[in-house]
Design a binder for this molecule. Sequence first.
Ligand SMILES: O=P(O)(O)OC[C@H]1O[C@H](O)[C@H](O)[C@@H](O)[C@@H]1O
Length: 555
Amino acid sequence: MSHPTDLPAWQQLAQDYRETCRTHMRDWFAQDPQRAERYWLDVGGIHLDFAKNRINDTILRHLTELAEQSGVPEQRAAMFGGEKINTTEQRAALHTALRRRGDAPVCTDGENVMPKIHAVLAKMGRFAHAVRSGQWLGHTGQVITDVVNIGIGGSDLGPLMMCSALKPYGHPRLNMHFVSNVDGMQLAGVLAKVHPATTLFVIASKTFTTQETLTNAKTAREWFLRGAGEADIAKHFVAVSTNHEAVAAFGIDTAHMFEFWDWVGGRYSLWSAIGLPIMLYLGEDNFVKMLEGAQLMDEHFACAPLARNMPVVLAMLGIWYINFYGASTHLIAPYDQLLHRFPKFIQQLDMESNGKQTRKDGTLAGYATGPIVWGETGINGQHAFFQLLHQGTHLTPADLIVSLDKQGNLPGHHEILLSNVFAQAEAFMRGKTAAEARAELLAQGMDEAAADALVPHKVFSGNRPTNMILLDKIDPLNMGSLVALYEHKVFVQGVVWGINSFDQWGVELGKQLAGTVLAELNGTLAAQPHDASTMRLIRLYRRANCETDGTCHLF
Ligand SMILES: O=P(O)(O)OC[C@H]1O[C@H](O)[C@H](O)[C@@H](O)[C@@H]1O
């Protein structure tokens, strides 16, 4: 496996960095009136303005060459073609097949996966129609009014994000709830709001072994059975999983299970049966539109030349800042309230995929890989942490995301939102020089000495990069395209870094240790030799609780 740092394009980019890192974007804009037009891409209802980046045509060419030399075209073909690119788990990553319309075969392990994808989609469609139309009745003959999705990570964040973003398309009778935290406060809060006779629980877990999800599901089941019999469970509990045996063992009839497969990664699963809450809320037609939007982005990613390929451009801009400018974080700042869950979703997608330092060949990378992805609605961020982004010491590349359509916003509100996001991008790019700050203060009537003292605090260095991602509208089609855009961006970065973006071994160690600690907290296992700090924490908890459970003798 070639090391990216040895590739000719990497070397050229290192040289580009040395030559241009002091150039201000203001100057590039001044010298090049076509810059805004050239650094712009459209895919369906998604538009990317990437002119406010610290790049010129040479850098962009070298970034594209780096993608090429890293094998992005070959790896892209391998992913779409069902090859087992998830090498540590010997699995394909075929989320793109889930949104593929039509009958063209997609094979992995010698099997065409399309018939089973279509069969599950049809089953989901029939079920969603029955619930939405009121044909599906609870055990007392009442229609379903509340859906509670119990799942965590990829079995929570995607459906939660999509149902929030597409609320205006939601069924007026259905209230959607999402429970992920094993802290009973969350489940108890939801159960206090719903009625067992009119509630449908979707137990979502790829493995059906996740402790948090199974604990919440068991508690929900006990709550339900307080006023109903075992036979009534069939009307109120369905499962989404790859694990038939565990679903049956939990007590859910596998006839009420919606299946998906090991080649669907958790954080790539909202297109599969994990999307059942989305389909219940939005209806089958809108779910299919979401799939079509994703497929539109898939086709663009598969066919567009690398230099005009939206996911590739976003990915390579990220690499430019991470590997050459030393940026370690990336901000996702949607401006629309409907997208307030989007940063959390992208955080899992990106950080669980590319938060790795071991390359596919087992060697250590020795260069930076996935960034810390974080975010919040941009307008709230402006009044909280944008100070650091404008005048702090860290370079924080940011994606600013906003819908052009007012989408029934209250009169006058959307213009304010848009004016802020456009102005922020301008401010990040332009900054404010000392001369500009001084002139402004003098114009306000300040005397020269006072102005000179204040000027250093009023200077904005600018030259801070942003991508502006515009949606024509927040609708199912564009949301499908937007999520697929980020999925492919993350994939391209993983290819360049030579890492497997589809496993997540890093989440295992904590889970493993928690099993032992839980037994110790419960008093069913004598204290194991931990470090002194962990021992102290366990003892503290035990002391605080031993009076009630009487099992202190183990310590
Ligand atoms: O769907 P499940 O099997 O319950 O897994 C839920 C989540 O937990 C795991 O620990 C992983 O970190 C996630 O990738 C996964 O989405």
